[in-house]
Design a protein around this ligand. Structure first.
Ligand SMILES: N[C@@H](CCC(=O)N[C@@H](CS)C(=O)NCC(=O)O)C(=O)O
Length: 216
């Protein structure tokens, strides 16, 4: 397998974490690209993913792009039933929460993080407070749904970690960093779940250390 990936990318983190979780990471030829330096503008990545985006994973003659289906494919291929259950009800739950995180919850979180973390980190100008306020309002709307879902649950689908946690929790480290100004107040279940997730070994070993260092 060949993985095109990047540091400080929640999308890449989730795929790398799944590879660790399944014990597959040692089988991967890793190409860690510096996106800010334009290292993703390369022919071998373009051949595997015409979007020129990471994560992109080449498995035999398959080119896998889009992080969430990549995680499901890897889990199914490994027969990781506990981590990525295949019964119809669980599969619906996994896909529902993955769609939701892309479209709503993590989209709102990304809008905030762009202003508070990414712009300062890469010298892209001052955070726009109006945008932060609008995104925070949107974030609260969906965080309330997640917080209520997590009441009485250790992880997204119940008492053990699944691929759903790596998708919905993809921005956990960033959200827990005070500099992100993620409005987690009033969402105690999300904070506790993020902290539980950060303690899962395969998730912990992909923590974005460089982002944390840069933000200090
Ligand atoms: N929907 C894609 C998002 C991939 C994505 O946007 N990756 C970013 C890094 S986090 C990227 O490659 N950006 C480079 C670009 O857009 O040119 C996924 O889930 O994998």
């Amino acid at each position: 397998m060949k993985l095109f990936t990047a540091d400080i990318s929640p999308n890449c983190r989730r795929v790398e974490a799944v590879l660790h979780h399944l014990g597959l990471f040692d089988e991967v030829e890793v190409h860690r690209l510096n996106m800010m330096a334009g290292e993703h503008q390369r022919d071998d990545l373009k051949a595997a993913n015409p979007n020129l985006k990471v994560p992109t994973l080449v498995v035999g003659d398959m080119n896998l792009w889009e992080a969430n289906p990549t995680m499901i494919y890897l889990s199914d291929r490994a027969g990781a039933e506990a981590f990525c259950p295949t019964d119809a009800k669980s599969r619906f739950e996994i896909l529902r929460w993955m769609s939701w995180e892309v479209q709503h919850y993590n989209q709102a979180a990304r809008d905030i993080a762009w202003e508070t973390m990414v712009k300062p980190l890469f010298g892209l100008g001052e955070p726009d407070e109006t945008r932060i306020e609008a995104a925070s309002e949107n974030f609260h709307r969906f965080a309330a749904v997640l917080d209520a879902h997590l009441e009485g649950r250790a992880y997204m689908l119940g008492d053990r970690v699944t691929v759903t946690d790596f998708a919905v929790g993809a921005l956990s480290a960033l959200a827990l960093n005070p500099q992100s100004r993620m409005p987690l107040e009033g969402h105690a279940n999300i904070i506790a779940w993020y902290q539980r997730l950060e303690a899962v070994p395969s998730w912990a070993m992909t923590a974005p250390a460089r982002l944390m260092e840069a933000a200090e």
